[in-house]
Design a protein around this ligand. Structure first.
Ligand code: HEM
Length: 462
């Protein structure tokens, strides 16, 4: 086992005394539940009302603890870029993800995080990414052909969820995973659903208890597979999937990642990719259904690639789809899959004249930043032109942060663009999508945006 896989002691912190935060304006709501229900019901409205009343630094009470919300691009830069190493991601996300996804990359901090991120980044280099694209391309082409063969109404969100899950099985775990795939997928879906379940203890019958059971199954699967995958690689017949890549990944000292490290990183990676891709692909296609003129522009871009329906998609093709990328970015602006990000300050700091003690839970909010009218005129309008090179040039670099920023910036962002553009290529080449006149799907925006009714669309062959 590599020296670097030995966990260092967790960062120590003392929660601040309640009266050390009362100089910050805000409203903590009801005892114990605080503002949790209000946030769950309408996160965007809640935060916009607070911003109007208190400004861009305010005090709230969520999930049993007082926290300070910092709003706007400057706050995002302070917390995400974290030049002074003031903010712990582990002590922020740990409360939400720690039970099911302990020691995932986002739950590590500072030097230990740097070492693990470096080890994992081999799986996101150009050569492995090209192999993932081959699998994604085949899987997407097959599924789009099935949708095309059944014109009529469909529910977009569950269809995307199933597709993302099936694609992850091949690109993350390998094409020859075999009959266990259904069981592994189910275990994994239970874990992901439990990560955002309101009851946080694994009481019998709860989503959390199904999640904990799912984790046991996933651990057993990975533990059994790691030696098999390593043996295959040593014979030169290793797979190109992400899991096989991690089985070969090493730390800076040359030691392989430990079995436990691989289990933790794989579980976390699959979770980090799953709901975010499902949410963003649904909102992307939902916007194209609502904006036929943009759908046609993107379809023209796809047809200009000159590809036969059954031709494979390459990196070069994806490069030649700038409008598609702009439209996807705009969908991520409107509905960022990670609408807020928690951290815990590990030392005292100040922001906008407010002194904030070490130990305080701090939250930043892409959803709010992405709808600030001063940065994004008519913020609720879908307009991919906001992402031309010219339009982006003068914008604060932390004004658009769907993938976060700084040391914890999404490691899978190129994977996400690749999957979105590959999907757009096949979908738009084969299918035209529309909404019933007058239908405006309602979205639940937190913890991960999803349409409340699944988003009804009508599909027909192009
Ligand atoms: C549209 C899709 C996606 C969005 C919007 C998204 C968003 C994010 C955000 C906001 C963070 C940082 C959170 C923070 O700093 O608190 C993050 C981290 C991460 N994401 Fe993504 N993600 C997406 C897809 C993916 C995919 C496809 C993968 C893997 C293939 C992935 C893997 C990760 C990992 C490993 C981290 C942790 C990075 C670190 O802590 O160093 N994500 N993602």
């Amino acid at each position: 086992m590599s020296m670097q896989s030995v966990a260092p002691p967790a960062i120590q912190f003392t929660p601040p005394k309640r009266n050390s935060l009362t100089h910050i304006p805000g409203d903590e709501g009801w005892p114990i539940i605080g503002k949790t229900l209000e946030v769950l019901a309408d996160p965007k409205g809640h935060i916009e009302r607070n911003a109007a009343r208190y400004g861009s630094v305010y005090r709230s009470h969520m999930f049993g603890e007082t926290s300070i919300v910092l709003l706007g691009p400057e706050a995002n830069e302070l917390v995400m870029f974290d030049q002074a190493k003031l903010f712990s991601s582990e002590l922020g996300w740990g409360r939400i993800l720690g039970l099911l996804f302990p020691r995932g990359l986002m739950l590590l901090d500072f030097e230990e995080h740097r070492l693990h991120r470096r080890a994992l980044s081999v799986a996101f280099k150009s050569a492995p990414m090209k192999s993932y694209l081959v699998e994604l391309d085949k899987g997407i082409a097959r599924r789009v052909a099935q949708w095309r063969a059944k014109p009529g109404d469909m529910l977009l969100y569950p269809a995307m969820k199933q597709l993302t899950l099936d694609l992850a099985a091949t690109s993350f775990l390998g094409a020859d995973i075999g009959p266990e795939v259904e069981e592994i997928n189910r275990a994994f879906v239970d874990m992901v659903a439990a990560a955002v379940a309101p009851i946080r203890k694994p009481l019998p019958g709860t989503q959390m208890s199904r999640g904990v059971k799912g984790r046991k199954r996933i651990i057993a699967y990975f533990s059994e597979q790691i030696p098999l995958r390593r043996a295959k690689s040593s014979k030169g017949s290793g797979g190109d999937d992400l899991f096989s890549q991690l089985c070969q990944a090493t730390h800076e000292d040359g030691g392989l990642l430990s079995t436990q490290d691989i289990i933790d990183h794989m579980s976390f990676l699959m979770m980090a990719a799953h709901d975010t891709l499902t949410s963003s692909l649904t909102s992307f296609i939902g916007e194209l259904a609502a904006h036929p003129e943009w759908q046609q522009k993107l379809r023209d871009e796809v047809f200009a690639l000159g590809l036969a329906t059954d031709a494979a998609t390459s990196f070069d093709h994806l490069e030649a789809m700038p409008l598609t990328e702009m439209a996807f970015k705009e969908a991520l602006r409107l509905k960022p899959p990670v609408p807020s990000m928690p951290r815990r300050a590990i030392r005292d700091f100040s922001f906008m004249g407010y002194a904030i003690p070490g130990g305080t839970m701090v939250g930043v909010n892409p959803l709010f930043t992405h709808h600030m009218p001063a940065i994004w005129p008519e913020p609720d309008t879908f307009d991919p032109q906001r992402f031309t090179e010219d339009a982006q040039r003068n914008r604060h670099r932390f004004a658009w942060v769907p993938f976060g920023g700084g040391a914890h910036m999404c490691l899978g962002l190129h994977f996400a663009y690749m999957q979105a553009k590959c999907f757009a290529r096949h979908f738009l080449q084969n299918i035209s999508v529309s909404l019933e006149p007058g239908y405006k799907p309602e979205w639940q925006m937190w913890p991960i945006p999803k349409p409340r009714d699944g988003l009804r669309v009508t599909v027909k062959p192009v």
